[in-house]
Design a protein around this ligand. Structure first.
Ligand SMILES: [Zn+2]
Length: 264
């Protein structure tokens, strides 16, 4: 499947939506084996989204460890690793502040992110539940596809691409392209991230699943939501408190992203 990164201005030529000549359409390549280092040749924009924050602590462990603290720390570690590898990385928050779910998806649209990665920690009634999960968006209903936040985000994206306001044809084409691309690309991203986790060897992998989380429904680009582990599991809460384990989690996600971009 060819990829189109909307970092270029679209325009109409002969009645067709057109992109500049310099736009590249790389061929699909299979997942590489091993964890080879890949030089980033594109200005990939990654928006890292540490969940919760401020008045919203998220899940809280038995000893008081808060999800908002864990995910912010791991997200900062991930940001630093990705910076070192040449990614253009932004964060929806880099402090203990509350940001609405709407606002998080708007940042992805306004900033023309190529990839959106939301980071969370899990909770369960079962104290034995443990492990790392990756979610991509499930199939959306007709009503969900018409959700107001999606419409708002398309408008923000079109503005950031300097598209003409009334150009319905181009808008429809871009919406169609993005909506077709997102589920497949999100799945490829999730599988690459899972490989990154497996390559670490000691992180329990619970696999790739689908869900209808707001930030997955309303972002327009490939998006995943990661659950780092369960704060409600005493052993895992201890691990999530440990800085070496947090670094390992960030390393795993960064390794997965490197695998993902190596497909381009
Ligand atoms: Zn959460």
């Amino acid at each position: 499947m060819n990829q189109i990164f909307l970092c270029a201005v679209l325009f109409i030529l002969g009645g067709c939506a057109t992109v500049p000549k310099s736009t590249t359409f790389p061929e699909h390549k299979p997942l590489p084996s091993g964890t080879e280092q890949v030089k980033i040749t594109k200005p990939y924009k990654i928006l890292v989204d540490p969940g919760h924050g401020g008045k919203d602590p998220g899940a809280i462990g038995r000893t008081g460890l808060k999800e908002k603290e864990i995910v912010l720390d791991v997200a900062k570690r991930l940001r630093d690793l990705l910076w070192q590898r040449g990614f253009d990385v932004r964060m929806t928050r880099d402090q203990d502040v509350f940001i609405s779910l709407n606002g998080r998806t708007e940042m992805a649209a306004r900033g023309k992110a190529d990839v959106f990665i939301s980071i969370h920690a899990n909770a369960s009634r079962s104290s034995s539940a443990k492990g790392f999960e990756i979610y991509t968006v499930r199939t959306l209903s007709f009503a969900e596809k018409k959700e107001q936040q999606r419409k708002d985000n398309y408008q923000l994206l079109f503005q950031s691409l300097h598209m003409k306001k009334d150009d319905q044809r181009v808008s429809a084409i871009v919406e169609d392209l993005l909506s077709r691309k997102k589920p497949l690309e999100s799945q490829r991203l999730a599988e690459a991230l899972q490989q990154g986790v497996l390559s670490q060897g000691t992180i329990k992998d619970r696999g790739v699943q689908t869900a209808g989380f707001f930030v997955l429904r309303n972002t327009l680009v490939p998006a995943v939501l990661i659950e780092l582990g369960f704060v409600t599991n005493s052993k895992e809460e201890n691990l999530l408190r440990n800085t070496a384990y947090r670094q390992k989690l960030a390393d795993a996600i960064a390794a997965g992203l490197m695998r993902y971009v190596s497909l381009k």
